[in-house]
Design a protein around this ligand. Sequence first.
Ligand SMILES: Cc1ncc(COP(=O)(O)O)c(C=O)c1O
Length: 387
Amino acid sequence: MTFNFDLPINRENTNSVKFDGRQHYFGTADVSPLWVADMDFAVPECITHALQQRLDHPVFGYSIYPESLYQVTIDWFVRRHQWHLEREWIVMAPGVVPSLFAAVQAFAKEGEGVIVQSPVYFPFFSAVTTNNRKLIDNPLREVNGRYEIDFDHLETCAKQGARLLMLCTPHNPVGRVWTVDELNKILDIARRYELTILSDDIHCDLVYSGNTHTMLGRLAQPGDKIITTIAPNKTFNIPGLGLSALVIPDKAQRAAMKKAFETLHVGNSNPFSIVAYEAAYRSGEAWLDALLQYLRATRDFAAEFIAQHLPQIKMTKPEATYLLWLDCRELGLSDPALRDFFIRECKLGLSPGIVFGEGGSGFMRMNIGTPRQSIGNALDLIKTHMK
Ligand SMILES: Cc1ncc(COP(=O)(O)O)c(C=O)c1O
Protein backbone atom coordinates (compact mmCIF):
# COMPACT_ATOMS: atom_id res chain seq x y z
CA MET A 1 0.00 0.00 0.00
CA THR A 2 1.30 3.48 -0.74
CA PHE A 3 0.28 6.69 0.93
CA ASN A 4 0.93 10.16 -0.40
CA PHE A 5 2.01 12.38 2.46
CA ASP A 6 3.42 14.91 -0.01
CA LEU A 7 -0.07 15.86 -1.19
CA PRO A 8 -0.91 19.42 -0.09
CA ILE A 9 -4.42 19.74 1.35
CA ASN A 10 -6.01 23.15 1.72
CA ARG A 11 -7.37 23.25 5.28
CA GLU A 12 -8.58 26.84 5.21
CA ASN A 13 -12.26 27.44 5.99
CA THR A 14 -12.67 24.14 7.80
CA ASN A 15 -12.84 25.81 11.24
CA SER A 16 -9.30 24.58 11.82
CA VAL A 17 -7.56 26.09 14.86
CA LYS A 18 -4.23 25.77 13.09
CA PHE A 19 -5.32 27.57 9.90
CA ASP A 20 -8.46 29.55 10.64
CA GLY A 21 -7.20 30.53 14.10
CA ARG A 22 -4.09 32.29 12.78
CA GLN A 23 -5.50 35.82 12.84
CA HIS A 24 -6.53 35.36 16.44
CA TYR A 25 -3.33 33.71 17.64
CA PHE A 26 -0.65 35.47 15.58
CA GLY A 27 -2.43 38.77 14.82
CA THR A 28 -2.22 37.94 11.12
CA ALA A 29 -3.42 35.14 8.85
CA ASP A 30 -0.32 35.66 6.71
CA VAL A 31 1.86 32.95 8.28
CA SER A 32 2.45 29.30 7.41
CA PRO A 33 1.01 27.48 10.39
CA LEU A 34 3.50 25.08 12.01
CA TRP A 35 2.13 25.29 15.52
CA VAL A 36 -0.79 23.46 17.17
CA ALA A 37 -0.26 19.69 17.23
CA ASP A 38 -2.35 18.27 14.45
CA MET A 39 -1.07 17.19 11.05
CA ASP A 40 -1.97 18.34 7.56
CA PHE A 41 -2.21 14.77 6.23
CA ALA A 42 -5.39 12.97 5.22
CA VAL A 43 -6.32 10.32 7.78
CA PRO A 44 -6.09 6.65 6.72
CA GLU A 45 -8.84 5.52 4.41
CA CYS A 46 -10.11 3.00 6.96
CA ILE A 47 -11.21 5.98 9.06
CA THR A 48 -12.91 7.98 6.31
CA HIS A 49 -14.59 4.82 5.10
CA ALA A 50 -15.93 3.98 8.56
CA LEU A 51 -17.15 7.57 9.03
CA GLN A 52 -18.87 7.55 5.64
CA GLN A 53 -20.65 4.34 6.53
CA ARG A 54 -21.83 5.91 9.76
CA LEU A 55 -23.01 8.99 7.88
CA ASP A 56 -25.17 6.77 5.70
CA HIS A 57 -27.34 6.30 8.76
CA PRO A 58 -29.11 9.65 9.15
CA VAL A 59 -29.67 9.66 12.90
CA PHE A 60 -26.96 10.94 15.25
CA GLY A 61 -28.29 10.20 18.69
CA TYR A 62 -26.49 9.60 21.97
CA SER A 63 -23.95 6.82 21.91
CA ILE A 64 -22.69 4.03 24.09
CA TYR A 65 -19.15 2.68 23.97
CA PRO A 66 -19.39 -0.74 22.29
CA GLU A 67 -17.35 -3.67 23.61
CA SER A 68 -15.48 -3.72 20.31
CA LEU A 69 -13.92 -0.35 21.24
CA TYR A 70 -12.32 -1.90 24.32
CA GLN A 71 -11.19 -4.93 22.35
CA VAL A 72 -9.40 -2.91 19.64
CA THR A 73 -7.64 -0.98 22.42
CA ILE A 74 -6.51 -4.21 24.09
CA ASP A 75 -5.36 -5.65 20.77
CA TRP A 76 -3.46 -2.48 19.77
CA PHE A 77 -1.51 -2.28 23.01
CA VAL A 78 -0.52 -5.95 22.94
CA ARG A 79 0.52 -5.70 19.31
CA ARG A 80 2.35 -2.38 19.37
CA HIS A 81 3.50 -2.09 22.99
CA GLN A 82 3.52 -5.65 24.41
CA TRP A 83 1.26 -4.35 27.15
CA HIS A 84 -1.56 -6.63 28.28
CA LEU A 85 -4.59 -4.69 29.44
CA GLU A 86 -7.49 -6.10 31.38
CA ARG A 87 -10.88 -5.08 30.03
CA GLU A 88 -12.00 -3.53 33.32
CA TRP A 89 -8.92 -1.28 33.54
CA ILE A 90 -10.09 0.73 30.52
CA VAL A 91 -12.24 3.82 31.01
CA MET A 92 -13.26 5.80 27.94
CA ALA A 93 -12.76 9.55 28.27
CA PRO A 94 -13.59 12.72 26.31
CA GLY A 95 -9.95 13.56 25.48
CA VAL A 96 -6.58 13.54 27.18
CA VAL A 97 -6.57 17.12 28.43
CA PRO A 98 -9.94 16.68 30.17
CA SER A 99 -8.41 13.54 31.71
CA LEU A 100 -5.45 15.54 33.05
CA PHE A 101 -7.83 17.99 34.67
CA ALA A 102 -10.00 15.21 36.09
CA ALA A 103 -6.95 13.38 37.45
CA VAL A 104 -5.84 16.49 39.32
CA GLN A 105 -9.29 16.74 40.88
CA ALA A 106 -9.40 13.05 41.71
CA PHE A 107 -5.90 12.55 43.15
CA ALA A 108 -4.91 15.81 44.85
CA LYS A 109 -7.01 17.94 47.17
CA GLU A 110 -7.10 21.73 46.95
CA GLY A 111 -3.73 23.10 48.03
CA GLU A 112 -1.95 19.75 47.66
CA GLY A 113 1.05 19.43 45.40
CA VAL A 114 1.21 18.13 41.84
CA ILE A 115 4.60 17.65 40.15
CA VAL A 116 5.20 18.53 36.50
CA GLN A 117 8.47 18.48 34.59
CA SER A 118 8.92 21.59 32.49
CA PRO A 119 9.27 22.56 29.73
CA VAL A 120 6.07 20.64 29.14
CA TYR A 121 2.79 20.73 27.20
CA PHE A 122 1.15 23.76 28.83
CA PRO A 123 -2.19 22.20 29.96
CA PHE A 124 -0.08 20.30 32.51
CA PHE A 125 0.30 23.65 34.30
CA SER A 126 -3.26 24.85 33.91
CA ALA A 127 -4.70 21.49 35.04
CA VAL A 128 -2.99 22.17 38.38
CA THR A 129 -3.41 25.91 38.78
CA THR A 130 -7.01 26.29 37.59
CA ASN A 131 -7.96 23.58 40.09
CA ASN A 132 -6.17 25.44 42.92
CA ARG A 133 -3.61 22.72 43.49
CA LYS A 134 0.01 23.54 44.22
CA LEU A 135 2.25 23.41 41.15
CA ILE A 136 5.61 21.81 41.94
CA ASP A 137 8.06 21.97 39.07
CA ASN A 138 10.91 19.56 38.55
CA PRO A 139 12.58 21.24 35.55
CA LEU A 140 14.17 18.90 33.05
CA ARG A 141 17.94 19.30 32.73
CA GLU A 142 19.37 20.03 29.34
CA VAL A 143 22.64 18.25 28.72
CA ASN A 144 24.16 19.08 25.31
CA GLY A 145 20.73 19.61 23.79
CA ARG A 146 19.26 16.38 25.21
CA TYR A 147 16.92 16.56 28.17
CA GLU A 148 17.18 14.47 31.32
CA ILE A 149 15.16 14.09 34.46
CA ASP A 150 16.71 15.54 37.61
CA PHE A 151 15.98 12.64 39.95
CA ASP A 152 17.46 14.24 43.06
CA HIS A 153 15.24 17.24 42.59
CA LEU A 154 12.28 14.98 41.80
CA GLU A 155 12.76 13.40 45.20
CA THR A 156 12.92 16.83 46.82
CA CYS A 157 9.62 17.69 45.09
CA ALA A 158 8.04 14.44 46.26
CA LYS A 159 9.09 15.21 49.83
CA GLN A 160 7.08 18.43 49.71
CA GLY A 161 3.92 16.40 50.15
CA ALA A 162 3.07 16.04 46.46
CA ARG A 163 0.20 13.65 45.75
CA LEU A 164 0.44 13.37 41.98
CA LEU A 165 3.18 13.34 39.33
CA MET A 166 2.13 14.20 35.80
CA LEU A 167 4.50 12.50 33.37
CA CYS A 168 4.60 13.29 29.67
CA THR A 169 5.94 10.19 27.91
CA PRO A 170 7.16 10.55 25.19
CA HIS A 171 7.75 14.14 26.16
CA ASN A 172 6.20 17.12 24.38
CA PRO A 173 7.97 19.46 23.55
CA VAL A 174 11.50 18.07 24.07
CA GLY A 175 10.91 14.83 22.13
CA ARG A 176 12.46 12.44 24.62
CA VAL A 177 11.48 8.78 24.86
CA TRP A 178 12.21 7.91 28.48
CA THR A 179 14.30 4.77 28.93
CA VAL A 180 13.27 1.81 31.07
CA ASP A 181 15.95 2.85 33.54
CA GLU A 182 14.52 6.37 33.79
CA LEU A 183 10.98 5.05 34.14
CA ASN A 184 12.05 2.66 36.88
CA LYS A 185 13.70 5.51 38.79
CA ILE A 186 10.46 7.47 38.59
CA LEU A 187 8.53 4.45 39.85
CA ASP A 188 10.96 4.00 42.70
CA ILE A 189 10.42 7.57 43.89
CA ALA A 190 6.66 7.26 43.44
CA ARG A 191 6.63 4.11 45.59
CA ARG A 192 8.68 5.67 48.37
CA TYR A 193 6.53 8.81 48.56
CA GLU A 194 3.15 7.25 47.70
CA LEU A 195 2.68 9.33 44.60
CA THR A 196 0.03 8.61 42.03
CA ILE A 197 1.41 8.95 38.50
CA LEU A 198 -0.62 10.27 35.62
CA SER A 199 1.29 8.97 32.61
CA ASP A 200 0.26 10.84 29.47
CA ASP A 201 1.30 8.48 26.68
CA ILE A 202 -0.65 10.18 23.88
CA HIS A 203 2.51 10.30 21.71
CA CYS A 204 3.40 6.64 22.36
CA ASP A 205 2.85 5.56 18.76
CA LEU A 206 4.83 8.39 17.19
CA VAL A 207 8.27 7.04 18.04
CA TYR A 208 11.14 7.04 15.54
CA SER A 209 13.02 3.84 14.73
CA GLY A 210 16.09 3.45 16.91
CA ASN A 211 14.08 4.34 20.04
CA THR A 212 11.84 2.11 22.10
CA HIS A 213 8.96 3.54 24.04
CA THR A 214 7.97 1.54 27.10
CA MET A 215 4.55 2.13 28.58
CA LEU A 216 5.10 3.04 32.24
CA GLY A 217 2.07 0.94 33.13
CA ARG A 218 3.83 -2.12 31.75
CA LEU A 219 6.53 -1.77 34.42
CA ALA A 220 4.01 -1.51 37.24
CA GLN A 221 4.03 -3.81 40.25
CA PRO A 222 1.02 -4.60 42.43
CA GLY A 223 0.22 -1.59 44.58
CA ASP A 224 1.57 1.00 42.12
CA LYS A 225 -0.86 3.81 41.36
CA ILE A 226 -0.58 4.58 37.68
CA ILE A 227 -3.20 6.17 35.48
CA THR A 228 -2.31 6.07 31.78
CA THR A 229 -3.91 8.22 29.12
CA ILE A 230 -3.92 6.83 25.59
CA ALA A 231 -5.61 7.84 22.36
CA PRO A 232 -5.42 7.31 18.60
CA ASN A 233 -5.88 11.07 18.21
CA LYS A 234 -2.31 12.23 17.58
CA THR A 235 -1.28 8.96 15.96
CA PHE A 236 -3.99 8.99 13.30
CA ASN A 237 -4.61 12.72 13.10
CA ILE A 238 -8.13 12.72 14.53
CA PRO A 239 -7.69 14.96 17.61
CA GLY A 240 -10.73 17.04 16.68
CA LEU A 241 -12.96 14.04 17.28
CA GLY A 242 -12.02 13.99 20.95
CA LEU A 243 -12.16 10.45 22.29
CA SER A 244 -9.44 8.90 24.41
CA ALA A 245 -9.07 6.18 27.00
CA LEU A 246 -7.63 5.79 30.45
CA VAL A 247 -5.99 2.67 31.78
CA ILE A 248 -6.49 2.42 35.53
CA PRO A 249 -5.70 -0.96 37.10
CA ASP A 250 -6.58 0.15 40.66
CA LYS A 251 -10.30 -0.20 41.39
CA ALA A 252 -10.54 2.72 43.84
CA GLN A 253 -8.64 5.00 41.48
CA ARG A 254 -10.93 3.96 38.65
CA ALA A 255 -13.92 4.92 40.74
CA ALA A 256 -12.32 8.26 41.68
CA MET A 257 -11.67 9.12 38.04
CA LYS A 258 -15.19 8.16 36.97
CA LYS A 259 -16.56 10.33 39.75
CA ALA A 260 -14.49 13.33 38.62
CA PHE A 261 -15.97 13.00 35.11
CA GLU A 262 -19.48 12.50 36.50
CA THR A 263 -19.34 15.77 38.43
CA LEU A 264 -19.04 17.51 35.05
CA HIS A 265 -21.33 15.08 33.24
CA VAL A 266 -18.77 14.44 30.52
CA GLY A 267 -19.26 10.70 30.16
CA ASN A 268 -20.22 10.09 26.57
CA SER A 269 -18.72 11.02 23.25
CA ASN A 270 -20.12 11.66 19.78
CA PRO A 271 -20.92 8.82 17.35
CA PHE A 272 -18.17 9.83 14.91
CA SER A 273 -15.38 9.70 17.45
CA ILE A 274 -16.30 6.14 18.37
CA VAL A 275 -16.32 4.93 14.79
CA ALA A 276 -13.02 6.67 13.95
CA TYR A 277 -11.27 5.44 17.11
CA GLU A 278 -12.24 1.85 16.40
CA ALA A 279 -11.28 1.96 12.71
CA ALA A 280 -7.90 3.52 13.53
CA TYR A 281 -6.82 0.91 16.05
CA ARG A 282 -8.33 -1.92 14.01
CA SER A 283 -6.98 -1.13 10.56
CA GLY A 284 -4.63 1.87 10.63
CA GLU A 285 -1.32 0.13 11.20
CA ALA A 286 0.07 0.19 7.64
CA TRP A 287 -0.71 3.90 7.35
CA LEU A 288 1.04 4.58 10.66
CA ASP A 289 4.17 2.69 9.66
CA ALA A 290 4.34 4.70 6.43
CA LEU A 291 3.70 7.95 8.33
CA LEU A 292 6.58 7.24 10.72
CA GLN A 293 8.97 6.74 7.82
CA TYR A 294 7.81 9.95 6.21
CA LEU A 295 8.11 11.97 9.41
CA ARG A 296 11.52 10.51 10.10
CA ALA A 297 12.79 11.62 6.69
CA THR A 298 11.37 15.11 7.29
CA ARG A 299 12.97 15.27 10.74
CA ASP A 300 16.33 14.22 9.32
CA PHE A 301 16.04 16.64 6.41
CA ALA A 302 15.29 19.51 8.84
CA ALA A 303 18.17 18.54 11.13
CA GLU A 304 20.60 18.54 8.22
CA PHE A 305 19.31 21.82 6.83
CA ILE A 306 19.58 23.50 10.22
CA ALA A 307 23.08 22.17 10.86
CA GLN A 308 24.25 23.39 7.45
CA HIS A 309 22.42 26.66 6.95
CA LEU A 310 21.14 27.96 10.29
CA PRO A 311 24.17 28.04 12.58
CA GLN A 312 22.43 30.16 15.22
CA ILE A 313 19.69 27.55 15.68
CA LYS A 314 20.41 24.26 17.41
CA MET A 315 18.21 21.24 17.18
CA THR A 316 18.53 17.79 18.69
CA LYS A 317 16.54 15.24 16.71
CA PRO A 318 13.40 14.30 18.62
CA GLU A 319 13.18 10.59 19.51
CA ALA A 320 9.40 10.81 19.17
CA THR A 321 6.61 13.26 18.17
CA TYR A 322 6.33 15.39 15.04
CA LEU A 323 7.50 18.41 16.97
CA LEU A 324 10.94 19.98 16.62
CA TRP A 325 12.35 21.88 19.58
CA LEU A 326 14.47 24.65 18.16
CA ASP A 327 17.02 26.32 20.39
CA CYS A 328 17.14 29.91 19.13
CA ARG A 329 18.97 31.40 22.11
CA GLU A 330 21.99 32.39 20.04
CA LEU A 331 19.80 34.85 18.17
CA GLY A 332 19.89 36.87 21.37
CA LEU A 333 16.23 37.92 21.18
CA SER A 334 13.75 38.31 24.01
CA ASP A 335 10.79 35.90 23.84
CA PRO A 336 8.38 38.50 22.40
CA ALA A 337 11.01 39.59 19.85
CA LEU A 338 11.71 35.98 18.87
CA ARG A 339 8.02 35.31 18.31
CA ASP A 340 7.79 38.52 16.30
CA PHE A 341 10.81 37.62 14.19
CA PHE A 342 9.16 34.38 13.10
CA ILE A 343 5.76 35.98 12.49
CA ARG A 344 6.67 39.32 10.90
CA GLU A 345 9.87 38.50 9.05
CA CYS A 346 9.71 34.77 8.28
CA LYS A 347 5.89 34.68 8.06
CA LEU A 348 5.85 31.47 10.06
CA GLY A 349 3.49 30.55 12.86
CA LEU A 350 5.43 28.45 15.39
CA SER A 351 4.73 27.84 19.08
CA PRO A 352 6.90 30.02 21.32
CA GLY A 353 8.92 27.83 23.68
CA ILE A 354 8.16 30.06 26.64
CA VAL A 355 4.55 28.81 26.77
CA PHE A 356 5.96 25.45 27.90
CA GLY A 357 7.60 27.01 30.95
CA GLU A 358 10.66 29.08 31.89
CA GLY A 359 13.05 26.51 30.43
CA GLY A 360 11.46 27.12 27.02
CA SER A 361 12.68 30.71 26.91
CA GLY A 362 14.57 31.29 23.67
CA PHE A 363 13.11 28.17 22.01
CA MET A 364 10.47 27.70 19.33
CA ARG A 365 8.48 24.53 18.61
CA MET A 366 7.95 23.60 14.97
CA ASN A 367 5.30 21.09 13.87
CA ILE A 368 6.58 18.98 10.94
CA GLY A 369 3.32 17.07 10.43
CA THR A 370 2.90 18.57 6.99
CA PRO A 371 4.20 17.86 3.46
CA ARG A 372 8.01 18.04 3.48
CA GLN A 373 7.92 20.75 0.85
CA SER A 374 6.32 23.13 3.39
CA ILE A 375 9.09 22.43 5.89
CA GLY A 376 11.66 23.10 3.16
CA ASN A 377 9.95 26.39 2.37
CA ALA A 378 9.79 27.35 6.05
CA LEU A 379 13.48 26.62 6.61
CA ASP A 380 14.39 28.61 3.47
CA LEU A 381 12.44 31.57 4.86
CA ILE A 382 14.30 31.39 8.17
CA LYS A 383 17.61 31.22 6.31
CA THR A 384 16.74 34.25 4.21
CA HIS A 385 15.70 36.39 7.19
CA MET A 386 18.36 35.33 9.66
CA LYS A 387 21.14 37.08 7.78
C1 LIG B 1 1.18 15.55 25.83
C2 LIG B 1 -0.17 15.87 25.26
N1 LIG B 1 -1.28 15.51 25.91
C3 LIG B 1 -2.51 15.77 25.42
C4 LIG B 1 -2.67 16.44 24.22
C5 LIG B 1 -4.04 16.73 23.70
O1 LIG B 1 -4.93 15.69 23.97
P1 LIG B 1 -6.48 15.81 23.64
O2 LIG B 1 -6.61 16.50 22.32
O3 LIG B 1 -6.95 14.39 23.59
O4 LIG B 1 -7.13 16.57 24.75
C6 LIG B 1 -1.53 16.85 23.50
C7 LIG B 1 -1.67 17.62 22.27
O5 LIG B 1 -0.75 18.20 21.74
C8 LIG B 1 -0.25 16.55 24.03
O6 LIG B 1 0.86 16.90 23.40
